[in-house]
Design a protein around this ligand. Structure first.
Ligand code: KG4
Ligand code: ZN
Length: 372
């Protein structure tokens, strides 16, 4: 039986917005311009959108290459890089949109969840900016923004099922409204992107000629294309746990043990590229995909049993950095085809962190009268 208790019912947004919410309608108007700012992890992003959702200008500074060199995100390093880049990134977004600060209707910024030191830079900058230019400030929940990004590209009616998978999160929820989410499951330990990043680091993929500038997840996806996933049959996590939660730490342990065994067999030390990296990448990616697909399948069956999704055109939205993985998308497509759901994934560019999704969230949510 499906295990559910009252604790699974959360509202993901705990901080109240300073504004009341109702969708915007009407024609594009140059007086309805929102600047979105994102600094929750390792991307400094900014974008200006008009009320039709058109992106007038955007800028993104990724810290990925620095963190790849240092072997993972060091919060103080991420903070310093945000500090060094935020002014330029915001300036670029404004210049590319030919919008002066005085023309903005509001500034929206990610305030949670994320790395506290990174979030602090975006918040500090935004509060100074809104004070200086006398603009309203709108705090945004990062995961809600990821969940609603898809509606920027096509209309998706509430309620819909959403799977958010990134470097910091793994969750399944029913999106019932712009700030009303029923949480069905979350990760009990680490997020899938984190697992893929750590496996990539343990495999020293930064030394691989094709992977030196790729995130862990991207590197695993690329190498897996030429790998044999059946060579290392990892166990899919939580086979005996009948809920919609996730766990990836055990898989990482299985992979690490296999890598150590292979290093011993090949007579090489940790830090050397193994000859079987493609096969390990393929097996890891397959197991992550299989776990995500199985838990999503459970969530779909649960939603159907409880009538949580509409009977006509029920939809699964998948977003977050890991959602850009094509193998994982295919696994989810098998599940949605089997259960009659429509699968929607934003393009890779909008799956990862960016300022566009933060500004867009405002248009799904605020009252017209709240914008100057
Ligand atoms: O959403 P995101 O940009 O930042 C967070 O909020 O975490 O996601 C970044 C994560 C990283 O862990 C990265 O390895 C993973 O998404 N990722 C991928 C792929 N591209 C990025 N994972 C699997 N396959 C990919 N193609
Ligand atoms: Zn994210």
């Amino acid at each position: 039986m499906f295990h559910v208790n009252a604790k699974i019912v959360h509202r993901m947004l705990h901080c109240r917005h300073t504004l009341c919410f109702r969708p915007l309608s009407g024609k594009a108007s140059s007086s309805r311009l929102v600047l979105g700012i994102e600094t929750s992890c390792d991307d400094t992003g900014a974008a200006v959108l008009d009320e039709t959702g058109a992106i007038l200008g955007e800028s993104l500074n990724s810290q990925k290459e620095v963190h790849l060199r240092t072997g993972g995100i060091i919060p103080t390093v991420a903070q310093q890089l945000h500090r060094e880049n935020i002014e330029r990134v915001v300036q670029e977004a404004l210049e590319r949109s030919s919008v002066a600060p005085g023309q903005l209707s509001a500034v929206a910024t990610t305030v949670k969840p994320g790395l506290a030191l990174s979030l602090g830079i975006g918040l500090e900058f935004s509060l100074r900016f809104v004070r200086q230019h006398n603009k309203p400030f709108i705090p945004i929940h990062h995961m809600e923004a990821h969940a609603l990004t898809v509606r920027m590209l096509q209309p998706v009616a509430f309620p819909f099922l959403v799977l958010l998978v990134s470097g910091g999160h793994s969750l399944l929820a029913v999106a019932r409204g712009v700030d009303d989410f029923l949480l069905l499951g979350h990760t009990l330990d680490e997020a899938p992107g984190d697992t893929l990043d750590k496996v990539a680091r343990r495999l020293s993929l930064i030394k691989h000629p094709q992977c030196s500038t790729l995130s862990g997840g991207q590197a695993i996806e690329l190498l897996a294309k030429d790998g044999d996933r059946t060579r290392f049959p990892f166990t899919t996590p939580m086979g005996q746990t009948y809920d919609c939660c996730f766990s990836f730490a055990g898989l990482r342990n299985q992979v690490t043990m296999t890598i150590m065994k292979q290093e011993a067999e090949e007579g090489v030390k940790q830090g050397t590229l193994l000859t079987c990296v493609n096969d390990i990448a393929a097996a890891t990616q397959h197991t992550v995909a299989s776990h995500l697909a199985k838990r999503t399948h459970r969530a779909i069956l649960f939603c159907k049993a409880k009538g949580l999704l509409p009977s006509s055109s029920p939809t699964l939205v998948v977003s977050g950095g890991v959602a850009s993985n094509q193998y994982i998308r295919k696994a989810l497509m098998i599940i949605t085809e089997m259960t009659g759901l429509h699968l929607l994934c934003p393009p890779a560019k909008f799956c990862t962190d960016n300022g566009v999704m933060i500004a867009w969230y405002v248009y799904s949510n605020v009252s017209e009268s709240d914008l100057i």
